[in-house]
Design a protein around this ligand. Structure first.
Ligand code: SF4
Ligand code: SF4
Length: 211
């Protein structure tokens, strides 16, 4: 059990939702949750997602280190995230409030923390993880301050374990997508990516999370 203590209380400054340089990465499970929760049509799903293409000269090692692997698209390797407005704000931010708070992606739920897996056993309760403030959070999160209360490590570690599980599932999904693209079985368009997600796994039970 981690002994470090962390101070944090969200003050709803929305800095994390409006940083121009931050991509709000989404897993396929995040996409399914938002799609179902908002009852989005196929075209509406495409309207909320950004396919952020990475430069061609980035090494394979760099991609391997990413928590959410990139997907192969017809325009190059890309990370999938929520679309941003020209101001840098997330498409779901409205007057400093999140319009999809109950459906927000896992990365929004865990901010300002990040988790390092120390060991993975067969089930999520056996995962041992360590928590840290993210680098970005230390830069601009107003909720981290000397006046903020100490958080409950137990509560956040529980969220962290759930995220680790979902990231593992997401990596599996992306591996399948990338393999199929490499073998020429699927044309790597954004539309096909969404179609694949909708077919892959849509059991509501696995999508429910406590808010
Ligand atoms: S989904 Fe909500 S919490 Fe996440 S970045 Fe967008 S506005 Fe912020
Ligand atoms: S930057 Fe920190 S305090 Fe501001 S909205 Fe995000 S989590 Fe809350």
């Amino acid at each position: 059990m981690q002994k470090d203590r962390f101070k944090f209380r969200c003050v709803y400054c929305a800095n994390c939702c409006s940083d121009k340089k931050t991509i709000v990465n989404v897993t396929y499970l995040d996409i399914l949750r938002i799609t179902k929760g908002l009852n989005l049509s196929f075209n509406e799903i495409l309207e909320i997602l950004g396919f952020y293409i990475y430069e061609k000269n980035i090494s394979n090692d760099f991609f391997k280190k990413m928590v959410i692997p990139s997907i192969i698209t017809e325009k190059g390797n890309a990370f999938v995230g929520l679309l941003k407005k020209s101001t840098g704000e997330c498409i779901f931010l409205d007057e400093k409030k999140c319009k999809i708070y109950n459906l927000r992606p896992m990365f929004c739920r865990t901010f300002p923390f990040t988790f390092k897996v120390l060991n993975i056993k067969s089930s999520s309760s056996k995962i041992n993880i360590q928590m840290f403030y993210t680098t970005k959070a230390k830069e601009y999160c107003k909720g981290i301050s000397a006046n903020a209360p100490y958080i409950s490590n137990k509560k956040w570690v529980k969220i962290g374990k759930r995220v680790v599980e979902e990231l593992k599932e997401n990596s599996k999904f992306i591996e399948i997508w990338n393999n199929n693209v490499e073998k020429g079985r699927i044309k790597p368009t954004a539309r096909n990516f969404i179609k694949t997600i909708l077919k892959y796994d849509n059991k509501m039970k696995r999508l429910i999370i406590e808010n």
